[in-house]
Each structure stands twice: as structure tokens, then as C-alpha cells.
Design a protein around this ligand. Structure first.
Ligand code: HEC
Ligand code: HEC
Length: 307
């Protein structure tokens, strides 16, 4: 577990995407879980990079792509951790069942329970900046949002508007019958995850940039991010991890390891109410899927934050 994995390993993994059948996640109220199509051939196909025109539109789309895959470099002022958008929206936002942008873009505006209003696509992306990227919302009419919206729009070329496509979001999986088990998750983590993400979830850097993103700690997503929910993380992990071997963990082990991951500290929820973890849990976490914010684990209160 101490050996540093070679970058070639990463490349090999990235080159072998695994597409599995699934159903949409159930956490966002505009998403109604339904069985997804099983055959990959029925999946929506976003355009290929070669199809991009060499003009002003193509230039803006390329800029959006650059921001999405290397947010650290191209939108640094809005990022407060070590993440890039593509770390959770795999294959540059193209991978079905990994919250692909082509399935998201045509579904907005949409109501979100999270902020109890109808959100524009811009507001939805701003949400990922504030929580998943632990940063600040880029201005609605600015370069970053315009470029990301253009990239999403282009990936959704030919997709129907307002019709949920198979492959949207992360396919939810049932909770273990006996509940999740953090101790079991620790074992699953050591065996399947630590080689890339580090023994303490700290990720691994090369030349100052993360090649394996952190799973908890100060450089990870914050306590307000969708991934802090054990159910959402379990769905993501089952489908996509270990990288290149998505679908190999049992549903139960995906839950256990998601619970282990999300039983560690990470940056505070930026919506912190009156400096109180209890009040913040009450208002934002008590009814937000399965999560450990404001809960005691082994006598330690979670949700204290790293910043
Ligand atoms: C830590 C993981 C993570 C990172 C990093 C991340 N996201 Fe997300 N994103 C999610 C999750 C999880 C969801 C699913 C919705 C939820 O559960 O809140 C989501 C949902 C979305 C959606 C809506 C998808 C849909 O189908 O409605 C968009 C658009 C989006 N993200 C854009 C971005 C952009 C742009 C960035 C980079 C600035 C980014 N995300 C970074 C985890 C992440
Ligand atoms: C072969 C290396 C490798 C292994 C093994 C691996 N991951 Fe990952 N993981 C990655 C990489 C690389 C990314 C980012 C993907 C990208 O940017 O395209 C990632 C992304 C993630 C993310 C979303 C981003 C973040 O940092 O929060 C989570 C959560 C995650 N992995 C959890 C796990 C878990 C749990 C396991 C074990 C079951 C695991 N991974 C095994 C390489 C790996």
C-alpha cells in the first residue's frame, strides 16, 4: 500500500471505461428514478472532439472543456480545494452514469430541494463551485460560466430538451439490509482504494497537481457537497471505482466504503448556521439523504470542518 502507483496505471484505467446499467439517483427532486436502458447502444452519444468547428463557438467550447478538466488552472480564483470538475464527472463530463453534462444541460431550469427554488443551469454549476469545489460562485455572465455552459450545450447537441436521458446522474443502489458498516468500509478502502487515494484519503500529487484526488481532508469537497451523502457517494463509487473497474464492488461494499470515506473531516459547510453544527444539521442535513454531518462517530462529533 505504500508504493506510489505509476501514472501509466492511471492512463490504463482511464482508457477502459466501464458502462453499466442503472437507475437515476433519487436525491434531487427534479430527478425521478426510473430504470435506465441496459444496452450501451441506446445511450445518447455526445459529439466527438473532432466535430468541433474551428470558429468562435468552437473556441468557447474548448475553453469550457479546459476549465472542466483542469479547473485548478483555468478557474483557480473560484476553487478552494484540490479538485477538478472531471474528478466526479468522469471522462470530461461524457461518461454515462457519472452525472454527464449532456444529460444535465437539457434538464434546466429545474426545481432543487437543496435551495428550494427553480435553478437555472448556471445556478446548478455555481452550486458545484461552492460545495464540490469548496470555492465561490463565478459570476453568471462571466467567462467561466459562459465557457462551461457552451461546453455542456455542445456535448448535448441533438439531445431532447426536458426529457430525462438514460445515464443521467449516478445510478442509486439500495442500502445494505443490516445498515452500513464503517469498520467494514475501512477494510474495503485499504484493499481497493488506498493505493491511489492514499492511506489517509489525501490523494497523490505529481508536479504540484493531484493525479489522484483527495477523498477527505482540507483539499476535498466540503460538507455541503452532494458527495458527502453516503447514498450519493455509494452510487458514484459502485459505478466508477476502483477507477477502470467500476461495477466490481458489491452494492454493500460500495455503501460501507462510502460511509468510511464520509466519516472523516472535510471543509465546513459554507451554509453554517450561527456557527452551530447542530443548527446546520437541523436545517440542511437532517433531510438530505444519508449523511454523518453533526453525528457522533466513535465519540467524535463530525462536521467540525478542516478550515
Ligand atoms: C466532489 C465531486 C464533484 C465535483 C468536483 C463536481 N461535481 Fe458536479 N455534481 C456532483 C454530484 C454528486 C452531483 C449530483 C447532484 C447532487 O447529488 O447534488 C453533481 C451535479 C452536477 C450538475 C447537475 C447534473 C444533473 O444531471 O442535473 C452539474 C451541471 C455539475 N454537477 C457541474 C459541475 C461543474 C461545472 C463542476 C466543476 C466546477 C463540478 N460539477 C464539480 C459532484 C461533483
Ligand atoms: C487506479 C487508481 C484508483 C483507485 C484504485 C480508486 N480510485 Fe477513486 N479516483 C481515481 C481517479 C484518478 C479519480 C479522478 C477521476 C478523473 O479525474 O477522471 C478518482 C475519483 C474518485 C472520487 C471522486 C473524486 C473525489 O476525490 O472525491 C471518489 C469519491 C473516489 N474516487 C473514491 C474511490 C474509492 C472509494 C475507491 C475504492 C473502492 C477508489 N476511488 C479507488 C483513481 C482511483
Amino acid at each position: 500500500m505504500n508504493g506510489k502507483p505509476k501514472l501509466a496505471l492511471l492512463a490504463a484505467c482511464v482508457a477502459t471505461p466501464v458502462l453499466a446499467a442503472g437507475v437515476a439517483m433519487d436525491d434531487q427532486s427534479q430527478l425521478t428514478p426510473k430504470p435506465a436502458a441496459t444496452a450501451n447502444s441506446t445511450r445518447f452519444q455526445p459529439p466527438r472532439e473532432d466535430d468541433l468547428p474551428d470558429n468562435a463557438f468552437g473556441k468557447l467550447v474548448r475553453e469550457g472543456h479546459a476549465i472542466f478538466v483542469d479547473t485548478q488552472t483555468h478557474a483557480a480564483e473560484y476553487v478552494g480545494n484540490g479538485m477538478n470538475c472531471t474528478n466526479c464527472h468522469l471522462e470530461q463530463g461524457r461518461k454515462a452514469d457519472s452525472a454527464p453534462l449532456w444529460a444535465a444541460y437539457p434538464m434546466y431550469p429545474a426545481y432543487r430541494k437543496k435551495n428550494d427554488k427553480v435553478n437555472s443551469y448556471t445556478e446548478r454549476m455555481q452550486g458545484c463551485f461552492q460545495f464540490s469545489m469548496n470555492g465561490k460562485a463565478p459570476p453568471a455572465e462571466g467567462r467561466v460560466i459562459n465557457a462551461l455552459a457552451a461546453y455542456s450545450y455542445w456535448l448535448a447537441t441533438g439531445a431532447p430538451t426536458g426529457k430525462e436521458l438514460p445515464g443521467r446522474a449516478y445510478p442509486s443502489i439500495a442500502q445494505p439490509k443490516g445498515g452500513y458498516d464503517i469498520a467494514r468500509g475501512k477494510v474495503v478502502y485499504a484493499q481497493n482504494c488506498a493505493i491511489c487515494h492514499g492511506e489517509n484519503g489525501e490523494g497523490q500529487k505529481a508536479a504540484g497537481h493531484y493525479v489522484f484526488p483527495p477523498l477527505w481532508g482540507k483539499d476535498s469537497f466540503n460538507w455541503g457537497a452532494g458527495m458527502h451523502r453516503i447514498n450519493t457517494a455509494a452510487a458514484f463509487i459502485k459505478e466508477n471505482m476502483p477507477l477502470g473497474k467500476g461495477g466490481t464492488l458489491s452494492d454493500d461494499d460500495a455503501w460501507h466504503v462510502a460511509a468510511f470515506m464520509n466519516s472523516h473531516e472535510r471543509p465546513q459547510d459554507p451554509r453554517l448556521v450561527d456557527g452551530s453544527i447542530d443548527k446546520t444539521r437541523e436545517r440542511y442535513h437532517a433531510n438530505d439523504g444519508v449523511n454523518l454531518y453533526g453525528v457522533r462517530v466513535d465519540g467524535v462529533l463530525l462536521g467540525q470542518g478542516t478550515n
